[in-house]
Design a protein around this ligand. Sequence first.
Ligand code: UDX
Length: 427
Amino acid sequence: MKISVIGSGYVGSVTAACFAEVGHEVVCVDIDKKKMEQINAGIPPIYEEGLGELLRKYAGKRLIATNDYESAIRETDISFICVGTPSAEDGSIDLSIVRAATASIGAALAKKERYHVVVVKSTVVPETTEKFVLPVLEETSGKIAGKDFGVAMNPEFLREGKAVYDFMHPDKIVIGAIDQKSGDLVSELYRTFECKVTRSNPSTAEMIKYANNSLLATKISFANEIGNICKKLGVDTYEVMEAVGKDSRISPKFLNSGAGFGGSCFPKDVKALIGKAKEIGYSPILLESVIGVNEKQPLLMIEILQRKIGDLKGKKITLLGLAFKNETDDIRESRSIPVIAELLRLGAKVSAYDPMATANMKRIFPTIEYSGKAKDALESADACLVMTEWDEFKQLESEFAAMKGKVVIDGRRVIKAKSIDYEGLCW
Ligand code: UDX
């Protein structure tokens, strides 16, 4: 089939490359000319495992990139909207990029005779596809949804760093369409996939995505709350959650307690769902608490630190890990951000080491000290806070000898070193 993918960010470029791998013909569309040139040259616009390989394999063949909406829509049967949905100031979702992309698709549809389906893949709150995207399409194309063109919503469940794998091996495929015809056409794209397809209406598909991410975030905040109680009782929360996860109704995944969840999805999606719930007159107590626990959790590390070494003014505190999780340079909503901000507010001298994320964190905190090695960052430190679950931190031992103090507070349960004054965040 012939597909156009609107937006060549993280979701768009992975979707485009993976659909090419499935065997479809794909046109990437983005207003960013440079990105389009990169894709045509087989260079991925973002780093994602396996993406470069796919682009090199299909760029200029089954996959081409352009900034011409009109030809892309004319020459394809289905368009996926894969543009960003950032958070507005109040935590609600900012749909201005979705609107712009939708209006451009609509303008191109106005000039097309054949039936076409527009699919929203961007994460949007329930009702957006039907009450926002669909009317903008009708308005800008002068055509009628359900007759001249179809509309559907097909959320993604891709983990950063594993996005290509996740796309090719999904646990589920969700297609919410306004009518049978639109849904059938989108379903056809996934014909070769082994997993079952859940068919629904667009609002249900949108809600599935939010419920999915909110439940995973809830599991983490729950594990953190249990961890905080366990710590006071002298009970090991990892032993507790390991056993809890053996219940087949629960599953052992996403029950690791620690400094909390970050990234571009969980915090943003939970907040957007809270915003939507409030807008329609419901106060989501549980979801508010999920965010509440997550905001407090990293700061508990500083409370422990103060208990152990007293006033932080003038003390050198080393952070190991800046990325929101391991194997990425992404620092969006990283739990190390509120920790650095609080340490600076308390007058501490902050030094940091991360295998990949230093350059990104420098943009937010340009004045703290960054090192290229854990050992250098730890040199004469009064204490150390471990913020990210990097594998290499498991091997650290002699590096801690460079510290002045011996206190290491582990926010991810990764440290194995013996010769330190170890304290787990919530175990
Ligand atoms: C997540 C979802 O997994 C994915 O399906 C969705 O589409 C986008 O959001 P991602 O943000 O890449 O993916 O990260 P993920 O690997 O899920 O981890 C999220 C955060 O939770 C990280 O900060 C991680 O450190 C934290 N986490 C994860 C925990 O604190 N404990 C856990 O048990 C698991």
